[in-house]
Design a protein around this ligand. Structure first.
Ligand SMILES: [Zn+2]
Length: 253
């Protein structure tokens, strides 16, 4: 049986089950959409997997719900959510690499995770955009900030994309300096997480405040400050690395 990952503009279609939950469609035939645009994905537990960007439908087919990939975290088990993220990344990669960046000729699949130019022979693989996120604490206080891109009123952690030619540690120190004007110490790796929006890899770190007073970079952050562990504001959803870092700190005592 084939797992089907059907997307429209970053939303995924999940099949409703008889007990009021959701699952990934798994069947031989394409559930809906254009068969010609289907791509093959790496196998999932020896089952085939395919993905498709479906044209924006005015009516979602009966038995299915359309939801944001992030929202699907609440509806799928952890493993299925991770597969969906991988499928979304590979579909995004496919649709953004139809032609060779070197000579402009069409690219053809050689494996589900590689393509080759039919003209010049150039091979390409999916690339990731690594980003760092760092929890900065000062005794019983944590530095929380609100990015200008946040759609709701909650606070997160300092984060940013890794630039070419810098190490992860340099990236963390640069982002902290740029966004807060402060210096940190005791920088430690915490963990990582695929972040398929659309092709990220989130790398979490912890650090302690060393020096400097908070000066927010207004182009990126609209508010922020030090929050005592007993007076925490609204924080990010469970899915995120930010939340894992914050929960980890709150659970330390
Ligand atoms: Zn080429």
């Amino acid at each position: 049986m084939t797992y089907w990952f059907l997307f429209t503009k970053g939303d995924i279609y999940l099949q409703r089950t008889s007990d009021g939950r959701w699952k990934l469609p798994q069947q031989e035939m394409l559930p809906f959409g254009n068969e010609k645009e289907v791509i093959e994905l790496p196998l999932i537990n020896s089952d085939r997997a395919k993905a498709l960007e479906v044209a924006d439908l005015t009516v979602v087919p009966s038995g299915y719900d359309r939801m944001g990939l992030r929202a699907s975290f609440q509806c799928l088990d952890a493993e299925a959510y991770q597969w969906a993220g991988k499928a979304a990344e590979l579909l995004h990669w496919h649709l953004s690499t139809l032609y060779c960046g070197h000579c402009g000729h069409p690219l053809r699949y050689t494996t589900p995770i590689s393509k080759q130019c039919e003209h010049c022979g150039r091979e390409i693989w999916p690339t990731l955009s690594p980003a760092i996120i760092v929890r900065i604490t000062r005794g019983d206080e944590i530095l929380l900030v609100q990015s200008n891109t946040f759609k709701r009123d909650y606070y997160g952690l300092i984060a940013g994309f890794v630039e070419t030619g810098e190490s992860l540690e340099e990236c963390v120190r640069r982002e902290v300096k740029e966004e807060t004007g402060m210096e940190i110490t005791k920088l430690r790796y915490f963990g990582s997480q695929p972040w398929p929006y659309p092709r990220g890899l989130m790398l979490g770190f912890t650090a302690q405040w060393k020096s400097g007073t908070l000066q927010l970079q207004r182009e990126e952050l609209r508010k922020g400050g030090w929050f005592h562990r007993d007076k925490m504001p609204a924080i990010p959803e469970k899915l995120s690395m930010a939340r894992m870092l914050i929960d980890d700190w709150l659970g330390e005592k």
